[in-house]
Design a protein around this ligand. Structure first.
Ligand SMILES: Nc1ncnc2c1ncn2[C@@H]1O[C@H](COP(=O)(O)OP(=O)(O)O)[C@@H](O)[C@H]1O
Ligand SMILES: [Mg+2]
Length: 397
């Protein structure tokens, strides 16, 4: 008796819930003239990826975002085609869709990485029921989380650098003073031993090594020091011009030709001029190194519309300036290319491996991106910086 009592209200409650929901929708449809076309537009205009399949395995809906995130070319003829055919190359997505028909436990806010595009997506899987409660299909809602992941990674790096940085900065300061003393004393000794030319060579070597060790300490300090951005209006033409002069003073340019092409619509940037100069100097000195005194460097800047991936709820996407720094040197091997931005990665006997790590840090602090591609005779570092109005606040990294 007891069991019956408790079962009854449950069943009644279920019936009560499902009925008005459908009635409300029907009423709304007839009252506002909402037809299938409206719902179709709604699905296709969602800013998430939407992918729906029918019980018999055909594509019922797939919006543009779904194609983009999955890395598939959009084709209008895909509606009605078997989803296993349309989603070829995305077996993990096919598997998830299928699980909607045979699993009781549907994932809500799950995440996975797409093998085809390398993108990380967050997704929710839902069943589609008809009026009688029969399952007639499944829908996958998903969002590209790659940018979110990048921001989280940046946050982690920021934390790690903050702790490590304090320690490294303290050590670097301690080392800097004795280094300077050694250099000064070697100079004094050289003067005292004016007649002992045999000793001069050794003393010159000591001075040279001191200078080099000091340069490493300065770079380490530059790398670990938290950036306090001093944001102001910056003319890219000016910064690039000054960076070329500064790079030349650091390293002989030889006969290297440098072409600077800045599109006239590239606006003034809201950025830290000193940091940007540092960024270009590091990229230029690397190109000088790679070219060994002869060759060509091209610096090109253009304005681009912001990409959707950057949206993150900000509407519309901010335009961005892309600066390509290209040289026709020997290039970087595929293996090395993956590591060039890592601190202390260098292929040079006298290198610190911090130049590009600093470049990336500066780009991150400006909420930009950096990308490197290379083939023999064509190495390009692309820096993308958002064009945003100044908020006036300084940002620590
Ligand atoms: N334009 C370039 N052409 C070829 N190799 C490059 C170029 N820029 C960077 N690299 C490679 O990336 C490595 C790391 O560069 P960087 O971080 O500036 O450190 P470093 O210059 O001290 O070696 C270099 O040692 C070099 O192997
Ligand atoms: Mg370098």
């Amino acid at each position: 008796m007891d069991t019956q009592k408790s079962d009854m209200p449950m069943a009644r409650r279920n019936r009560v819930i499902s009925k008005p929901a459908r009635t409300t929708l029907d009423a709304a449809r007839s009252a506002d003239g909402l037809n299938d076309r409206f719902f179709r537009q709604m699905v296709f205009n969602l800013r998430n990826g939407v992918l729906a399949i029918t019980r018999d395995g055909r594509i019922a809906a797939m919006n543009e975002n779904a194609y983009r995130v999955l890395g598939l070319p959009p084709r209008s003829g895909d509606l009605g085609r078997p989803f296993s055919e349309v989603l070829q190359g995305c077996p993990e997505v096919t598997r998830i869709l299928l699980s909607a028909f045979d699993s009781d436990d549907l994932p809500n806010r799950a995440e996975m990485r797409l093998r085809k595009t390398g993108k990380a997506i967050g997704y929710t899987l839902s069943r589609i029921h008809d009026d009688d409660g029969k399952q007639i299909g499944a829908t996958l809602f998903f969002k590209d989380l790659t940018r979110v992941e990048q921001l989280e990674e940046r946050e982690r790096l920021r934390d790690r650098l903050a702790t490590l940085g304090e320690m490294a900065a303290a050590i670097a300061h301690e080392v800097k003073n004795p280094l300077a003393s050694i250099e000064v004393m070697a100079g004094m000794l050289k003067r005292q031993l004016r007649d002992r030319t045999d000793a001069h060579e050794t003393l010159n070597d000591i001075i040279k090594e001191c200078k080099m060790a000091n340069a490493i300490v300065v770079e380490v300090l530059e790398f670990v020091r938290p950036i306090q951005l001093q944001v102001d209006g910056v003319s890219l033409v000016e910064v690039i011009k000054e960076s070329i002069t500064a790079a030349e003073s650091k390293m002989p340019r030889g006969t290297i030709q440098i072409d600077t092409i800045i599109d006239p619509d590239v606006p003034e940037l809201q950025a830290d001029e000193h940091q940007l100069r540092q960024l270009f100097i590091n990229l230029l000195t690397n190109a000088f190194d790679a070219l060994g005194g002869k060759g060509r460097i091209e610096m090109r800047a253009r304005l681009e519309a912001g990409d959707e991936d950057q949206l993150m709820g900000v509407d519309p996407p901010a335009p961005q300036v892309v600066i390509d720094i290209r040289d026709n040197g020997p290039g970087i091997s595929a293996d090395d290319l993956e590591r060039v931005f890592s601190p202390f990665f260098t292929t040079k006997p006298q290198g610190t491996g911090l130049g590009l790590a600093i470049v990336r840090k500066v780009v991150d602090a400006h909420d930009g991106r950096i990308n490197a591609t290379s083939a023999p005779g064509r190495t390009t570092f692309s820096v993308t910086l958002p064009v945003v109005p100044s908020t006036g606040s300084n940002q620590g990294v």
